[in-house]
Ligand binder design. Structure first.
Ligand code: GDP
Length: 233
């Protein structure tokens, strides 16, 4: 085979591989089902399963993203039930008889109206969870693409930075509601995110950022593939 034919073969070979990987990943995320809810770290079940945490400011589009990634209309809305908004909600994935990963939906943050006591409690829960949860394999941070990183997003990143830096925890930032941006705004949002995340990059870190729209289904298959790969690594 000539070099050129080899290159063509590589491209055409990789196309079906990619779509198979994506289908597999989406079939896997679709298996997500509610496991349990906890208001404190100590109430979370100890587990050997890799856990992927979803975090973000209230209204960033976290519930919608979880629902679209798992292709389930109402999965994450348990997290919105009054009285449960400060809880960590766990979902199990994989075969029912042999689950192979967990998703953790963490409380949204940043409501201006929240009292100081509740804010401090949030900080404590998040800092503890992100720093201590042994089975934590990855964090998906939802950031509204129009607003960019807020102070609380940066604070949250700081909580998990040591474990991201040494490669123990992987990080994916989804710039949500990307359908609201035009092309140049989208490029600028990505550039800014890369600059912020540059601070966390080390040779061992696995950090990604992608535009995401639940509405237009942008980045959904890609996100599923990343999470599936995390669960296998
Ligand atoms: P959460 O508080 O982070 O869980 O946010 P939600 O998932 O409840 O979303 C907050 C608001 O953003 C809702 O009104 C959603 O309909 C809207 N939203 C979520 N995802 C998208 C998106 O991809 N595009 C647009 N245009 N709106 C979205």
């Amino acid at each position: 085979m000539t070099e050129q034919n080899k290159a063509i073969a590589a491209v055409t070979d990789s196309v079906p591989d990619r779509s198979v990987a994506r289908k597999r990943a989406l079939a896997w995320t679709h298996t997500a089902r509610f496991l349990t809810t906890a208001s404190e770290l100590t109430q979370l079940p100890a587990t050997e399963l890799p856990e992927i945490a979803f975090v973000g400011r209230s209204n960033a589009g976290k519930s919608t993203a979880i629902n679209v990634i798992t292709q389930q209309k109402h999965l994450a809305f348990a997290s919105k039930t009054p009285g449960r908004t400060q809880h960590i909600n766990l979902f199990e994935l994989g075969p029912k008889s042999e689950p192979n990963a967990l998703f953790a939906d963490l409380p949204g943050y940043g409501y201006a109206a929240v009292a100081r006591g509740a804010k401090l409690r949030w900080q404590q829960v998040m800092a503890d969870y992100l720093a201590v949860r042994r089975s934590l394999a990855g964090v998906v941070l939802m950031v509204d693409a129009r607003l960019g990183f807020t102070d609380l997003d940066r604070q949250l990143l700081a909580f998990v930075a040591p474990r991201v830096g040494n490669g123990a925890v992987k990080l994916l930032v989804l710039l949500t509601k990307a359908d609201k941006l035009n092309r140049s705004e989208a490029t600028a949002a990505l550039r800014t995110a890369h600059a912020v995340l540059g601070e966390f990059s080390t040779s061992q870190a696995d950090v990604g950022v992608a535009l995401f729209s639940a509405l237009k289904k942008v980045g959904v298959g890609e996100a599923a593939e990343v999470l599936h790969a995390w669960s296998l690594s």
